[in-house]
Design a protein around this ligand. Structure first.
Ligand code: GTP
Ligand code: MG
Length: 344
């Protein structure tokens, strides 16, 4: 039994998809929309992740999201590279995620890394939605900056909207060939048995309100129990990248999904050989954008609570591996934690 009440953590959302299909642009658009809604400071950039709080989602989504309907604190997005050589990183991101957005260029449809992402999602059983991106490139498109997709549809000629529909049904067919029953998201009743397709543009922001709404709704409906964590318990996370960092030596870019990690904590990290037992020397977060030109690129923080991305500096990390577990020992038996990491 726990002596502290559980808190609801932010669901982790992996953004997956083929190279150039618009994953990073979509996250940039969400950041940009927050700025234009006067919520610039609300979105925080973590190591390897972007945290978007519920209030910001609600101001971008307008009437689609009523913050009173939700008690999850927001969404933590992990961007992943589409290039074929980053398969491990995609696989890590996908395995770590509570839910995922599969970004598909609406003109190109499924491509090799789309198929690969689908395999990862299948293997890990991660629920996902499809963002059918670049709808603004549909011939004859009449862009509706930042609007929900229904508003946007109403502004299109019959020709443009049926052209888009053809592309969307092509993607729905490809999902079905991959074994997923799918439909346009507003036709989906049961998101557990069906994949919702959300038409979006990362350039005009059309459909972005819908995408955020669907992700928030899915998380609230199906993930809430999993999100209840003991925030002050010993931290647990997954290594996304192992990186040399000037002045810090080998560091780990980690996404924490449980508990808290503090400076000075003893941690166990999965390595190429035996698990590494070491002590956290520093926890680092990227400096806010405005300060990025200053000499130091990172801010030191005393502790980080899940869900969050963080860079860990510690001795002896050279043999650490991307995808490996990170566990804080705290008041537990170290050997048990080591055995736990070994068995993952
Ligand atoms: P990788 O990280 O390399 O896998 O690519 P990515 O999926 O992050 O794609 P990225 O966001 O870098 O976008 C690739 C190109 O597509 C850029 O030139 C973007 O400007 C363009 N692009 C992305 N989304 C849209 C969109 O909705 N409409 C249009 N017209 N262009 C877009
Ligand atoms: Mg990218």
């Amino acid at each position: 039994t726990r002596d502290r009440p559980d808190a609801l953590r932010t669901p982790i959302v992996a953004v997956l998809g083929h190279v150039d299909h618009g994953k990073t642009s979509l996250l940039d658009k969400i950041r940009g929309s927050a700025v234009s809604e006067g919520e610039a400071g609300a979105i925080t950039q973590h190591i390897g992740a972007t945290a978007v709080p519920l209030d910001t989602i609600s101001s971008i989504a307008g009437s689609l999201v009523d913050p009173d309907d939700f008690d999850l604190p927001g969404l933590l997005f992990i961007d992943t590279p589409g290039h074929h050589s980053f398969s491990t990183l995609r696989s890590r991101g996908g395995a770590l995620a509570d839910i995922a957005v599969l970004v598909v260029d609406v003109n190109d449809g499924f491509q090799p890394q789309t198929e690969e992402a689908i395999d990862i999602l299948k293997r890990t059983g991660t629920p996902f939605v499809v963002a059918a991106n670049k709808i603004d490139t549909t011939p004859g498109w009449n862009p509706q900056e930042g609007e929900p997709i229904q508003v946007s549809y109403e502004a299109q000629s019959d020709r443009a909207s049926s052209r888009l529909d053809e592309n969307l049904y092509e993607i729905i067919g490809q999902l079905s060939d991959s074994g997923f029953s799918a439909d346009l998201y507003w036709r989906v009743q049961d998101f557990q048995g069906n994949v919702g397709v959300v038409p979006v543009s990362a350039v005009t922001g059309e459909g972005v309100p819908d995408l955020l709404t669907v992700l928030m709704g899915l998380s609230q409906r199906y993930m809430k129990d999993q999100m209840a964590i003991d925030v002050e318990g010993p931290g647990a996370g997954t290594v996304l990248e192992v990186k040399e960092e000037k002045g810090f030596g080998t560091t780990l870019d980690v996404v924490m999904y449980d508990g808290t990690i503090r400076e000075g904590d003893e941690i166990v990290v999965g390595g190429m050989g035996d698990p590494i037992v070491t002590e956290v020397r520093a926890l680092l977060q990227p400096k806010p954008l405005a300060e990025i030109r200053t000499e130091k690129r990172f801010d030191r923080v005393d502790s980080v609570a899940a869900a969050a991305g963080v860079k860990i500096a510690a001795p002896d990390l050279d043999d650490a591996m991307a995808g490996a577990p990170v566990r804080v020992v705290r008041d537990r038996d170290r050997e048990l934690v080591v055995a736990d990491v070994e068995s993952e």
